[in-house]
Design a protein around this ligand. Structure first.
Ligand code: DC
Length: 233
């Protein structure tokens, strides 16, 4: 999917990779550390999936899904996600919502609709964007592209612990199977497949804690934009 890109007005760091690699946490921690903005693009696809199910739009109807995505009012307010002014922060995090998100994410019309929204999220002093195609499609000109990976079992365990912490019901074996299926769909779809950009720095987080991953990421930021990293870090 290529588009005429308007110049972005602030530096962007992209963090791509499958679920359960720590992308979201690293994006949040890095944004706090640099004082930059953060964009969780998975939440956008989750909102489209949720709205589609609620409005009985078939999850394989490209045109209808694209029109739906264009008309949605998605806003981030601190840690909450608002869909047409309704707080959907919890609703979009269920395993079913992840499945629906992955299905609508295969729609070219949905990806086109969200492309603009994502580009418009760039604001000074900078943006950390996390997702699947941030470095390959949405921000090919990003200052730094990271791709986090981890073994399937480790990723399933992390997702399991996240859901349990939120008091949600989860079964590790089912989660591992669903995650594998969702990742395969994300990797193999025709538009914007979930693959590392050719110029991405790949970090395997299977055996690394969050602090160790963050340290590696900060070292990468120091190389490309030393002035962005505060002296205290
Ligand atoms: O990161 P996540 O689990 O919240 O993402 C939910 C789904 O959305 C995931 O299956 C892939 C899809 N997605 C995508 O295709 N492109 C993005 N930039 C972000 C998420």
């Amino acid at each position: 999917m290529s588009r005429n890109s308007d110049p972005i007005e602030a530096p962007v760091i992209t963090i791509d990779g499958p679920s359960g690699t720590g992308k979201g946490t690293i994006a949040e921690r890095l944004a706090a550390l640099l004082g930059w903005h953060v964009l969780d693009t998975g939440a956008l696809y989750r909102c489209v999936g949720l709205a589609a199910v609620q409005r009985a739009v078939p999850l394989d109807d490209d045109a209808a899904l694209g029109a739906l995505a264009l008309g949605l009012g998605i806003r981030f307010a601190d840690t909450r996600v608002l869909l047409d002014d309704r707080d959907v922060s919890g609703d979009i995090r269920t395993a079913a919502a992840g499945e629906h998100a992955s299905r609508v994410a295969a729609s070219p019309a949905v990806r086109r609709a969200l492309w603009r929204l994502q580009r418009d999220a760039v604001r000074p002093p900078g943006l950390i964007a996390d997702g699947r195609d941030m470095g390959t499609v949405v921000f090919p000109e990003a200052l730094l592209k990271l791709y986090l990976d981890a073994s399937p079992w480790v990723r399933a365990e992390r997702r399991y612990n996240q859901l349990k912490e939120k008091g949600m019901d989860a079964n590790l074996r089912d989660l591992a199977r669903d995650l594998e299926e969702r990742d395969r769909r994300d990797r193999e779809r025709a538009v914007s497949p979930s693959v590392p950009a050719a110029d991405a720095v790949v970090i395997d987080t299977s055996n690394l804690g969050i602090d160790a991953v963050l340290a590696r990421v900060v070292a990468q930021v120091r190389q490309v934009l030393p002035a962005a990293v505060p002296d205290s870090v």
